[in-house]
Design a protein around this ligand. Structure first.
Ligand code: FES
Length: 249
């Protein structure tokens, strides 16, 4: 049986008009996904409605939005998890990033923070060995957890530390840094990650640059609640803190 659901979507254009909300009543199947409704709003009601989507299976991270006040991927959020027949689903852009148009934000700030970390392409393997004690820096962390990040920026949007501190690196960058410390090689690249990153001193510099963020994290776990890939971000932050304190930074 189809439901009648009102989709209340955020509208904004860079044309000098103030932002606002627009409602569309759609007949939907309860098992449809929110991205299906957004596509129908564009196709059947308003071709100027802008939102991002690509893979439709929670792999690319393009469709991140806030649904009923919480960060979700629109492509893996079923309508019947948010509302019942006759209800209202509110859809708005991610927070902590500037809105370009309707549901689309500019992710440049998010990626700038990620670029602190020589992360992409690293494969998890042996953790770094502390040269003085022989202990591993991230002994208790399963590095593969951090490799699952799809850079959807949901964590960046929900992060209360980021909301009050524009210099805060954000959860994904910290998780990536933790991954970096736990990784040891790239596919087909015989060099260690330290060599790839320019040696231990270069890695120290990157960590030092981000160390304030490591200690600014509130450990509230809001990022983990919304993460669609179950990345254990807070665990990574704990590991980074242990590593930095052990290193005397
Ligand atoms: S469209 Fe790719 S994650 Fe949703």
């Amino acid at each position: 049986m189809d439901w009648h659901v009102t989709f209340r979507v955020f509208r904004y254009k860079q044309d000098g008009q103030p932002p606002g909300w627009q409602e569309f009543v759609l007949e939907v199947r309860p098992t449809d996904y929110v991205v299906d409704a957004l596509e129908r709003i564009w196709a059947e009601h308003d071709r100027s409605f802008i939102f991002r989507h690509a893979c439709h299976h929670a792999a690319c991270g393009a469709c991140g939005v806030r649904i009923n006040g919480h960060e979700h991927l629109a492509c893996n959020t079923r309508i019947d998890t948010q509302v019942s027949d006759g209800g209202v689903v509110t859809v708005e852009p991610l927070q902590n990033l500037p809105v370009l148009s309707d549901l689309v934000v500019n992710p440049a700030l998010f990626y700038e923070r990620m670029e602190l970390i020589p992360f992409i392409g690293l494969q998890p393997a042996d953790p770094i060995i502390d040269e003085r004690t022989g202990e591993t820096g991230l002994a208790s962390v399963p590095p593969h957890q951090f490799a699952n990040c799809i850079e959807c920026a949901l964590c960046f949007s929900t992060c209360p530390a980021r909301a009050v501190d524009s210099d805060f690196a954000g959860p994904a960058a910290l998780a990536a840094m933790s991954q970096m410390l736990g990784a040891s090689r790239r596919d087909g690249d015989p060099r260690s990650p330290l060599e790839q990153a320019g040696g231990r001193n270069a890695l120290r510099w990157r960590i030092r640059a981000a160390s304030e963020s490591v200690f600014s994290c509130l450990l509230c776990q809001a990022c983990e609640v919304c993460c669609p890939r179950d990345v254990h971000i807070t665990e990574g932050v704990h590991s980074l803190r242990r590593f930095l304190l052990k290193e005397g930074w």
